[in-house]
Design a protein around this ligand. Sequence first.
Ligand SMILES: *Cc1c(COP(=O)(O)O)cnc(C)c1O
Length: 389
Amino acid sequence: MMEKPIYMDYQATTPCDRRVLEAMLPYFCEDFGNSGSTSHILGERAEEAVEKARTQVASLIKADRSEIIFTSGATESNNLAIQGGARFHREKGNRIITCAIEHKCVLETCYGLKKEGFDVVVLPVLRNGVVDVEMLEKSINDQTILVSLMAVNNEIGVIQPLDEISSICRRHGVLFHTDAAQAVGKIEVDASKADLMSISGHKIYGPKGVGALYVRKNPQVKLTPLFFGGGQEQRLRSGTLPVPLCVGLGTACEICEREMANESERLTEYKNYFMEKILGSLEEVYLNGDREFRIPGCLNFSFRGIEGEGIMLGMKDVCVSSGSACTSASLESSYVLEALSIDEDLAHSSLRIGLGRFTTFEEVDYVSSKIIEVVNRLRKMSPIWTKGG
Ligand SMILES: *Cc1c(COP(=O)(O)O)cnc(C)c1O
């Protein structure tokens, strides 16, 4: 029945929207100018395109276009924000606060800084995946220079209380960076809540290899660049801008701004249908992450007694993601689920389902039925599964 694989892994990446691709194409072979070479018409056209894109990105997060720095993706944006912020403010103090369920590119950046003598505090999260804000306030001391907490988690889809976090940081005069790669384009995001905000192109139907960092202007947030060169992007990110990619990111943001409300409504319906069907048809299945504070397109379940990988093998025409990263020797469970204090057994049995722009109701219905069928079959065969856990 299903010849084309069904894609339900929208947190890993999204397909490029055809409208985005169309907007990008002229900037490869026709209007291929360097946006820095504005002494001639092709350079001018490239610059105009880049500035239009910058305005589109800024508009989606309610920022000013002068506050948008183009990067290669959220990984680079996070590195620039955290390393750049930490290094620039080293004189003021050395404490950086983050949390246990951040993306690896935030955690590893912080661990790298720890080796250089920074004092890194990794906050725990509550069982629902929401960061412990009381612990945040308690962890801020007079040495604290930066707080980096994500807007939405990529494994469980939980939305963090940015308002609260933001006001705590303001009150203590600490820089607040948020990795918003999974939030922008999916929920309303207001950049003014943060001082630094990371965005990724390929999570919002744009191309891979481009992203942005919002850097607050009033008051101006100062960063030390990661690398040096021609001084592009307000000297924060040297290197010739990839004009087609910038245009792609801008167009992707514009489409999100226009279509987000409708898309979110549709995906919320699909998500609820999927969730209720799974939870209502199977015993010992748990939704990971808060039921309410989550983005529309992300579900994460644990199925007692079954490996997530096993479910995936049972439905090879469906692209989803399992919490356990199967390495050759060992099955390692997800550090995110571990941080929610989910028992190891359940952490191994998780499945992340990502719905998005091109998901249809037929697919939602098919995949949810397929999961129920596979789980029932695997449990019947399992020597350790007994009814009721
Ligand atoms: C995907 C993702 C990243 C990395 O983004 P890239 O653009 O692929 O570098 C960082 N943080 C979160 C939350 C993500 O989902």
